[in-house]
Design a protein around this ligand. Structure first.
Ligand code: 4AZ
Length: 829
């Protein structure tokens, strides 16, 4: 019999045979006993089973319950991920696009968004766009397209303006680039090589491939132009040429974003004139008026952006087609925001012509950019054929604020010129120049080549004697420009390569009555070159005024960047310097080496730049969100990483900054020379802007214009947290100031041989007061006598030791960089 033993039943290994008794039972009894034993066993296993099953029930219930809880948690988590977390991690990306459908007639019903014609046409186009992107690599991210407008245009066919929305996680969104989306659309257009045309078939639609544009756009623009309820979009049609249609907008209590679609007749262009704009001047961060050369806010079709108020003179812009789009945004409500203007449809005009000059020497007429005095559009071209009556007479072109330089490898950003087969680029500058074309037959082709609309150009033309281009005593610079002796050493970079200024002892202008300056191009150019203003008296010429000009006395328009807040009193009443937003120390009435502690708020533009958490260089605030410092502070890979820097503003004692910002961007001057510290300047863009309430302790310093001349002996202040002695390596905690003198350039040159025109010396010859290590990048602040405003005339750059007699500090001459700063800092243009 199979038996299982428990511990009690186990046989001991040794036992006595005598203890075993044998008891014989009859078979029946035996069997019944056996049955009993079996029954007993059965009874026992039932109990066990019962116990077992209770246990099983408990465990199985527990497992089941845990499983259920687990499933519920998984479901909740999945739903949460799908509906909340995934969404939170996803971004909607908006793109604005444009293409031209050829062979499609525009019908007036397309102007009505609920017309049958518009709906059926847009459904067809939408279907095609959907098909293109759903078959692309972005198929899973593509959400929808919306056709915003179907319009006629001067190239024929239909212009389709559309929006596209993509939904992508933050990680994936970087792959949805505008160039990729544009390439997908273009690649889907089947063109035939045989007919050499840019027109092809986009799933049945005839599309001009060259017209395709796809640009990333702002969500706010998408919402405000395609949303329904609170839309502020107005379509205005100019039905006849010359009809002025007023445009006015006021906003006082709410945030506004309003759009205007200006549409002209076929074959015409739109001329928009802005009379006044009232916005918060913060570099278009919150408030702006943007003009587009399309019917949608497509970035690459921007004609111009106005970021600050003006009302002194009107300014006008011309489109390249029969439509224009305006967006007026005002987010910060601080008083009244408005703009006033008007628009009209104008006919297209060819530009250029054939001009036969007179036999006499001198200027005799003008050529202008297209649609002058309006800003000219980014796409235009003019050609002039000049002829003089004698082969010894050449053609001279005198520009008021523009210069032609031979084209290098780079493209031209402000006009591309071909003059008798030679290429030139045009540059806006702040004084007149004369270009001499040494031939009696001169063919000129001018192409507009800027990103935005550019200010109008006027050039006086006339004949000159090819063998003797310059007035007596003059010399010719390498660029082919004629520079008079008086222009040599006048403090201006007349030759644009500094050659005329390099060997000068001191920058002064000879304004005596007999000076050739008086007869030269400097007279009546709107810039007061002579201290007594005599070069600008009795002028009859009037330079056209526009948004970049500033009307002054005598009916002359003075280039705004030269007139306003440049430290030169251009207008007799000082009005040009009275409303600048820089260079004033609010709240202040009024050891570097040999320095003293400053007072609170005394140098509100002073910034301490911290690298990896420690004070490293100085900088100056020049506008909301922008600082100027020295290029050498960012000289290697690690130092040029903006993420490792912080700017400490409104600070007197280290560690007590009222405002700290990370750095978004560092722009080191492209010509910065690590060997001789030439072009030692850098711009820093802050990641965050200080609140308005801090304006009493954080203020920008004015940037001098290229015209401002600093004379030897003038007193300025250098400030910083740098070393107090050349060998004392412990930096002070309190900002130090020291009054120093501008050193005459000849002396500076004789001390330091390799001084360039972008450097100036300042200090005391005794060496008692000077900048030192740690002050680099900080300001040399000079107060202008007339206006009392402070100007950033220098940036602490280098020097032989610190405070050594006869070795003054060397500073970057900021006036040389006013246009460079303007180019990079939006609020300066
Ligand atoms: C420097 O190393 C430095 N004495 C700055 C200024 C001067 C010398 C050195 C001028 O940052």
């Amino acid at each position: 019999e199979g038996k299982s033993f428990n511990a009690m039943e186990t046989f001991p290994i040794f036992f006595k045979v005598s203890n075993i008794s044998v008891y014989v039972l009859p078979i029946e009894e035996k069997l019944s006993k056996r049955r009993n034993i079996r029954k007993k066993g059965k009874k026992k296993s039932k109990l066990q089973k019962k116990q077992k099953s209770t246990l099983w029930n408990f465990w199985s219930k527990l497992t089941l319950f845990t499983l259920l809880v687990f499933i519920v948690v998984v479901i909740i988590w999945t739903l949460l991920w799908i509906f909340v977390l995934k969404r939170a991690n996803e971004d909607a990306l908006y793109f604005a696009g444009l293409f031209r459908l050829v062979n499609k007639e525009f019908v007036p019903e397309y102007r009505e968004k609920d017309s049958r014609e518009f709906i059926s046409m847009t459904q067809n186009i939408q279907h095609v766009i959907n098909a293109v992107y759903r078959a692309s690599v972005f198929s899973r991210l593509y959400k929808q397209s919306t056709i915003s407008d179907l319009s006629n245009n001067n190239n024929g066919g239909l212009l389709v303006h559309f929006w596209m929305v993509f939904i992508a996680t933050k990680a994936k969104s970087q792959f949805v680039c505008e160039d990729c989306l544009s390439a997908i659309l273009k690649n889907s257009i089947q063109t035939s090589l045989a007919n050499r045309s840019s027109v092809g078939c986009l799933l049945g639609l005839p599309v001009d491939m060259d017209s395709v544009i796809v640009n990333a756009a702002l969500r706010s623009d998408y919402i405000s132009t395609t949303g329904t309820a609170s839309n502020c979009v107005t379509n205005i049609y100019a039905e006849e040429p010359g009809q002025m249609i007023p445009l006015n907008l006021h906003a006082s209590s709410e945030r506004v974003t309003c759009h205007f679609k200006l549409i002209g007749m076929l074959g015409h262009l739109i001329r928009l004139t802005i009379i006044s704009v009232e916005v918060e001047a913060d570099g278009c961060i919150t408030d702006s008026l943007t003009i587009y050369d399309s019917l949608m806010p497509i970035r690459s079709k921007t004609l111009y952006q106005i970021c600050e108020s003006f009302n002194s003179s009107s300014v006008s812009f011309v489109s390249t087609d029969n439509a224009m789009f305006l967006t007026f945004k005002s987010i910060q409500i601080k008083g009244l925001k408005s703009f006033h203007g008007h628009f009209e449809a104008i006919s297209q005009k060819p530009c250029g012509g054939t001009i036969l000059t007179k036999g006499s020497i001198g200027f005799e007429g003008n050529i202008t950019s297209p649609y002058s005095p309006s800003f000219y559009p980014p796409k235009c071209s003019c050609s002039w054929a000049f002829k003089t009556p004698h082969s010894d007479l050449g053609i001279a072109l005198k520009f008021y604020n523009y210069v032609l330089k031979q084209k290098g490898l780079k493209g031209c950003n402000h006009g591309w010129w071909k003059i008798n087969e030679k290429m030139y680029c045009g540059y806006y500058i702040d004084h007149p120049t004369v270009f001499y074309a040494g031939s009696s037959d001169v063919n000129i082709i001018f192409h507009c080549s800027s990103k935005l609309s550019d200010p109008p150009l006027t050039a006086e033309y006339g004949s000159y004697n090819i063998s003797k281009p310059c007035p007596t005593g003059d010399f010719t610079c390498s660029t082919g420009l004629c520079i008079s002796q008086s222009q040599h050493c006048n403090g201006l970079d007349d030759c644009f390569d500094e050659s005329d200024e390099l060997t000068c002892s001191i920058a002064v202008k000879d304004c005596s009555a007999s000076s050739p300056l008086k007869q030269s191009y400097f007279t009546c150019d709107g810039i007061k070159d002579c201290e007594d203003g005599s070069d600008e008296l009795n002028c009859t010429n009037v330079v056209p005024c526009n948004v970049i000009t500033y009307k002054c006395r005598n009916g002359l328009c003075i280039a705004k960047r030269n007139a306003k807040c440049d430290g030169i009193l251009d207008c007799a009443d000082g009005s040009d310097e009275s409303s600048c937003g820089c260079g004033i120390k609010p709240g202040v009435q009024s050891r570097i080496i040999g320095g003293s502690d400053v007072e609170d708020g005394e140098w509100p533009w002073q910034v301490s730049l911290h690298f990896s958490g420690s004070a490293y260089c100085g900088a100056s605030v020049i506008s909301k969100g922008w600082l100027v410092s020295a290029a050498h502070c960012f000289r290697d890979d690690r130092l040029s990483d903006p993420r490792l820097w912080t700017a400490h503003l409104g600070m007197r004692v280290q560690g007590n900054a009222i405002f700290i910002s990370e750095i978004k961007r560092i722009i080191v001057h492209e010509y910065y020379n690590t060997q001789n510290f030439d072009y030692d300047i850098a711009l820093l863009q802050l990641r965050s802007l200080w609140p308005e309430a801090m304006n009493s302790v954080i203020q920008p310093i004015c940037v001098p214009s290229s015209q401002q001349v600093l004379r030897g002996g003038e007193k300025c202040w250098v400030t910083g947290w740098g070393q107090r002695q050349e060998t004392d390596y412990k930096d002070p905690t309190t900002l130090q100031k020291a009054e120093i003198e501008i050193i005459n350039q000849t002396l500076c040159h004789s001390t330091y041989e390799f001084i360039t025109p972008r450097m100036l010396c300042a200090g005391l010859l005794s060496g008692k007061r000077d900048a030192c290590k740690g002050d680099s990048g900080g300001p040399l602040s000079c107060q202008m006598k007339g206006s009392g405003r402070w100007f950033l005339n220098g940036i602490v750059s280098w020097g032989y030791g610190c405070g050594r007699p006869n070795f003054p500090g060397v500073y970057t001459k900021v006036s040389k960089f006013s246009s460079w700063i303007e180019k990079h800092v939006p609020t300066f243009s």
